[in-house]
Write a protein that binds this ligand. Structure first.
Ligand SMILES: Nc1ncnc2c1ncn2[C@@H]1O[C@H](COP(=O)(O)OP(=O)(O)OP(=O)(O)O)[C@@H](O)[C@H]1O
Ligand SMILES: [Mg+2]
Length: 501
C-alpha cells in the first residue's frame, strides 16, 4: 500500500500529571498510514508516558484518541493489541521462564488443563511468523536463555503476528548490534509497505534520520514541533530537544596521563572468545575499547572484574599481581564495573533516589559511629542530580517513577561517587539523551583528571574518539590494533574491528 496522508491514529490534547510533575501538557499527534513517526526528546520529556496513555497503562487526565477516525480508549496493552495497536516496551515485559512460542501466543491459543492444545501447530505457526520476518529463533527456547536482542525481536514478532496496524517501538535498538538493528529496519520497511504505521522512540539521531518520515520533538511534557524528517538535520533536532544550541558534543579532554596503573597480560577467558589480550592502562587515562557486537569487549571487562572466569593470564595493579577472582575482591582492589544492562542489574526499584545513589558507597557516609551522615548524603546526591540533570521532583522520589534514561543516570552516579581507582564502563551513555551525554563525558574526564583510570567500552565510535586518550580495537576476542584517539578515524576503527572475521 502506498503511503498516504491518511491519518491512522490521532492523539488529541493529551494531559497527564503525576505528583509534582506535569508529564504531558496538551500533546497532540497525528500518525499517518505507511509512515514511521519518530518521537524524540530528552530523558524525562514524556515520550514513554504518552505511549503508556495510548495503551491504557496510565489513565490520561484528559484528551482523546482516535483510531481510523473511531474514538478509542484502550484499557490495557492487551485491549490495544486486540484492536491492532501493539507496543514493544523500553523495559521488556516477558514471561522469562516460558518459551518463545508460549510468549508469542499467550492468552490466544486454546488451552486444556493449563496446557496448550496443539504444541505442534503452535511450533509451526511460530516458525512461520519468524520466517516472514527473516529471523532465526527456536520457538521452544526459554526466554531467559536468550540475549536481550533476540527477546526484543520476539516481541516485534508478536506484534506482527497480531497483524497490528500501529506498532510502537520504545528504544528498540538500545541493545541491538548494528547488524540486528539493520535487520529491524528491514522489518520496519516491510511493515510500512504493508500500510502499517510505526511510532519510533530513540535517542540515536543517525537512525532517526535514516528511517523516519516525520519527527515529533517533545520537551518537558510539551510537544515542541512535528516536521518531515527530510527537512531536519542533527543540529536542528538537538536544538529543538534541548531548547538551546549545543555547540560541542564533547567536553575538552583536560586529563593528563601518568604512570602505568594496571597491566593485563595474555588474558584468555574460560568460557568466551577472549584470547591473549594484553594492554596497559595508565593513571589519568581513558582507554576506549572498540569492536563489533560479539567481539568480546563486554566479556573482557567481565574477565578483568572477575564475574566471568579467566582461563589464563595475569592482572597487575601498580606492578603487583592481583587476583580479581570475583566482584568482592575486585571492589576491594579499587575496581568498579558498570554493566550495559544497568536497568536489570543495578536498580533497587522501591528505594528512592538518595538511597540508590549512595548504596554502593555507604562506608563513605558513616563517620565516627555507625551513623550515616544525612547531610553529606543529601549534598552528594544533590550534586549528582544537578550535574547529570536527573529529572525528578526530589531526592525522595522512588526510582521506579523516573524515566528510563534518568534511571540510568542514577545508577551511573552511584558508581561515579565511589571514585574507584579503576573504572570499567560498558556502554555508559546507552539510552541517555544528547545533553546528558555531555555531562556524563564530563564526569568521566573529571575522574580521569583526578588520576583515576578508566576503561570504556562503546559501540559508538564518535564517542570513543571524542572522549578517550587511546583506543584498542577487538575482533573475535583478540586485540587487532591500538590507536591514539587524536589520530584515529572511524574508518580505521572499522577496518580493525572486522580484521579477524
Ligand atoms: N509512574 C510515574 N510516577 C511518577 N512520575 C512518573 C511516572 N512515570 C513517569 N513519570 C515522570 O514523568 C516524566 C516523563 O517520563 P517519561 O518516562 O515519559 O520520559 P521519557 O521521555 O520516556 O524519557 P527517557 O528518554 O528517559 O525514556 C518524568 O519526569 C518522569 O519522572
Ligand atoms: Mg522512555
Amino acid at each position: 500500500m502506498e503511503r498516504s496522508d491518511e491519518v491512522l491514529l490521532e492523539m488529541r490534547n493529551i494531559c497527564k500529571e503525576f505528583p509534582r510533575v506535569k508529564a504531558l501538557d496538551n500533546v497532540s499527534l497525528k500518525l499517518k498510514r505507511g509512515s514511521v513517526h519518530a518521537l524524540m526528546g530528552e530523558n524525562g520529556a514524556g515520550k514513554s508516558t504518552l505511549m503508556k496513555c495510548l495503551f491504557g497503562i496510565y489513565a490520561k487526565d484528559s484528551g482523546e484518541i482516535f483510531l481510523e477516525g473511531r474514538k478509542v480508549d484502550f484499557r490495557s496493552p492487551k485491549h490495544a493489541l486486540e484492536n491492532g495497536v501493539a507496543m514493544v516496551h523500553q523495559e521488556l515485559n516477558q514471561a522469562l521462564k516460558r518459551s518463545v512460542m508460549e510468549n508469542l501466543w499467550m492468552g490466544r491459543y486454546p488451552k486444556k488443563f493449563g496446557i496448550f492444545t496443539s504444541d505442534g501447530k503452535m511450533y509451526r505457526d511460530t516458525a512461520k511468523v519468524f520466517g516472514k520476518l527473516g529471523l532465526k529463533v527456536n520457538p521452544r527456547q526459554i526466554m531467559s536463555t536468550m540475549p536481550v536482542a533476540q527477546r526484543q525481536m520476539a516481541e516485534i514478532a508478536k506484534a506482527v503476528s497480531y497483524d497490528a496496524k500501529v506498532i510502537v517501538l520504545d528504544e528498540p535498538t538500545s541493545s541491538l548490534s548494528e547488524k540486528e538493528a539493520g535487520q529491524l529496519f528491514e522489518i520496519i520497511k516491510g511493515l510500512k509497505e504493508k500500510g502499517c504505521a510505526v511510532i519510533y522512540i530513540s535517542h540515536k539521531m543517525e537512525e532517526i534520520l535514516r528511517i523516519s518520515d516525520e519527527v515529533t520533538v517533545m520537551r518537558d511534557g510539551k510537544l515542541i514541533d512535528t516536521r518531515p524528517a527530510k527537512e531536519l538535520d542533527m543540529n536542528t533536532i538537538i536544538k529543538l530537544m534541548v531548547g538551546r544550541e549545543l555547540s560541542n558534543r564533547f567536553p575538552p579532554k583536560t586529563n593528563t596521563v601518568g604512570e602505568v596503573a594496571m597491566q593485563v597480560v595474555d588474558l584468555t577467558s574460560q568460557y568466551t572468545n577472549v584470547k591473549n589480550v594484553s594492554f596497559e592502562l595508565r593513571k589519568g587515562e581513558i582507554l576506549g575499547i572498540s569492536g563489533l557486537d560479539g567481539s568480546g569487549r563486554t566479556e573482557l571487562l567481565e574477565n578483568i572484574f572477575g564475574i566471568s572466569a579467566r582461563k589464563s593470564g595475569k592482572i597487575y595493579l601498580h606492578g603487583k599481581e592481583i587476583g580479581n577472582r570475583n566482584a568482592r575482591q575486585s571492589i576491594k582492589n579499587g575496581f568498579a564495573l558498570i554493566t550495559e544492562e544497568r536497568r536489570k542489574n543495578g536498580i533497587f526499584g522501591i528505594l528512592n533516589i538518595r538511597e540508590n545513589t549512595v548504596i554502593s558507597n555507604l562506608k563513605k557516609y558513616t563517620g565516627a559511629g555507625l551513623w550515616l551522615s544525612e547531610g553529606k548524603m543529601k549534598a552528594d546526591t544533590q550534586k549528582m542530580i544537578d550535574s547529570l540533570r536527573v529529572k525528578t521532583p526530589g531526592q525522595g522520589t522512588k526510582i521506579r517513577a523516573l524515566s528510563g534514561g534518568n534511571q540510568q543516570k542514577v545508577i551511573l552516579a552511584r558508581w561515579l561517587l565511589t571514585e574507584p581507582e579503576i573504572l570499567l564502563l560498558d556502554e555508559p551513555t546507552r539510552g541517555i539523551d544528547v545533553g546528558a551525554k555531555y555531562e556524563i563525558y564530563q564526569l568521566i574526564i573529571e575522574l580521569a583528571s583526578k588520576g583515576k583510570s578508566i576503561i570504556m567500552v562503546s559501540g559508538e565510535m564518535p564517542e570513543l574518539l571524542g572522549v578517550c586518550t587511546r583506543i584498542i580495537v577487538m575482533s573475535d576476542g583478540q586485540v587487532t590494533g591500538e590507536l591514539s584517539a587524536d589520530k584515529a578515524t572511524q574508518e580505521e576503527l572499522m577496518r580493525l574491528a572486522t580484521l579477524n572475521l
